[in-house]
Design a protein around this ligand. Structure first.
Ligand code: MN
Length: 236
């Protein structure tokens, strides 16, 4: 059970890299299916390069269980504290997708403008580390910062980090990869539309129904197979 999850976690890393959600930076984690008090995340390595033996098990304080010589990401605690705050969350992506970044530096809310964009939910909060922590290096590298971010995220699937990036938190890896990809796609479309006026945003009812539909087994397995093949893992 755990090995299958770890294989999917490697694939999730490669998909997010292939689709430009992450690059040299950014990461994806998954909760341990055998024990919810732990999660798995790569050592400090770019997602495009992540392999099975890079994956480290952490507890919900971000303490690595068997790191050996492997150095964790500086932002491992971001994942740990969201898992601690959200028992419903089974997988997390932290990214700096460039299309999303304008919404972290402008007073323009990121909102669904097309059907697949519904995955981000009706409201994407903007967490600004400056409000509680003043001048920092902007990365989420302490438990107080990570707890503050988790509070801003609340029960939602996505949050923006001011002048930095975003987090996506979903029930499992397939869902979180899907949400992160379409968060970036929606941001690009929304910004393109805003250049020409006020977009016709999805209604709250459309967002709820579309998100439920897209997270059905058929769309999820179809998208996972497609994205996996493009990332070099065919035949899934
Ligand atoms: Mn970051």
């Amino acid at each position: 059970m755990t090995e299958a999850l770890l294989r999917d976690l490697v694939i999730a890393n490669r998909i997010l890299a292939r689709d430009n959600v992450v690059d040299d930076f950014g990461h994806v984690s998954a909760r341990d299916p055998a024990d919810p008090r732990f999660f798995w995340l790569s050592r400090s390595r770019s997602p495009e390069l992540v392999e099975r033996d890079d994956l480290i098990r952490f507890d919900l304080d971000g303490v690595p269980q068997d790191p050996g010589h492997r150095k964790p990401y500086l932002e491992t605690i971001l994942h740990a504290r969201i898992y601690a705050a959200r028992p419903d969350v089974g997988a997390i992506v932290h990214h700096h997708a460039r299309a999303v970044l304008p919404f972290t530096m402008l007073p323009i809310p990121l909102r669904p403008v097309f059907h697949l964009g519904a995955l981000i939910g009706p409201e994407v909060p903007l967490w600004d580390s400056r409000h509680e922590f003043g001048d920092t290096a902007l990365i989420v590298d302490s438990a107080p910062m990570a707890d503050s971010l988790a509070r801003a995220l609340g029960p939602r699937p996505c949050a923006l980090l001011a002048r930095h990036g975003a987090v996506c938190a979903e029930a499992d890896l397939r869902r979180v990869v899907f949400t992160a990809i379409y968060m970036a796609e929606n941001a690009a479309l929304q910004m393109a539309a805003l250049a020409h006026g006020t977009p016709d945003y999805l209604s709250p009812g459309e967002i709820e129904r579309t998100r439920a539909m897209q997270f059905g087994e058929r769309p999820l397995s179809r998208a996972w197979a497609y994205r996996s093949a493009r990332a070099g893992f065919g035949g899934i």
